[in-house]
Write a new protein. Structure first.
Length: 214
């Protein structure tokens, strides 16, 4: 029996047959989540680093000129005052630029880790295929959606809760450790929609209360 060969399109391209191998079917909502997170990841903060380095270099060179240069001996001369002002302004601005660069790098690391976590969840979902029956898998709690906050602002904590599910279910405290404080100073709640034994359920708990599923 001969293998199917490529077929020719009207534009003259030869479309080859795809190779066989393992693949993960990804739901559309999870695929959209990955695209959204990857779209939020920007390039490295080179701009802040460049501006900070230039300002820092200007501050250091001006300071060296003051200490070892040819300024007038009078400490109250206009040239000395302007030079010290340049050192102060450039130094402070350089520190601020380096601070923002560090904060931007931390945000990017968090966003990338969210994407990696979601991809690992997809992998683990299919690792157990063929090792357990459908009846057994129906006994496992599945998080459909989970949000934490107040009506003014909620954050998605679905991934965090999914990671903490065990064979006996899920027990977790609804607090800011799940993903930060979306609305400081406001009493928050957690709303969880989950699937168990083929049915969907919804559970609400107040801040600092225990969530137990099922």
């Amino acid at each position: 029996m001969t293998e199917p060969g490529p077929f020719r399109m009207s534009q003259g391209y030869d479309v080859l047959q795809p190779k066989t191998g393992r693949a993960y079917p990804v739901p559309c909502d999870e695929w959209d989540f990955l695209k959204r997170k990857l779209g939020q990841v920007s390039t490295s903060p080179w701009l802040y680093h460049t501006i900070g380095s230039l300002l820092g270099g200007a501050a250091i060179s001006t300071l060296v000129t003051i200490l070892f240069g040819t300024f007038p001996p009078a400490s109250s001369s206009p040239a000395i005052i302007v030079a010290w002002a340049v050192v102060a302004v450039c130094g402070i601005c350089a520190v601020v630029c380096f601070f923002f660069a560090d904060q931007q790098r931390k945000v990017q690391v968090v966003q990338v880790s969210d994407v990696v976590t979601q991809m690992e969840l997809i992998e683990r979902r299919y690792e157990a295929v063929g090792q357990s029956s459908d009846a057994t898998s129906s006994q496992v709690v599945k998080i459909i959606s989970a949000r934490y906050g107040s009506p003014d602002k909620y954050i998605d904590v679905s991934s965090v809760l999914t990671q903490r599910i065990s064979a006996s279910g899920l027990t977790v405290i609804a607090d800011n450790k799940l993903g930060g404080d979306p609305c400081p100073g406001v009493v928050k709640e957690m709303i969880v929609e989950y699937e168990y034994r083929g049915q969907r359920w919804t559970k609400n708990v107040k801040e600092n209360e225990d969530l137990k599923l099922p």
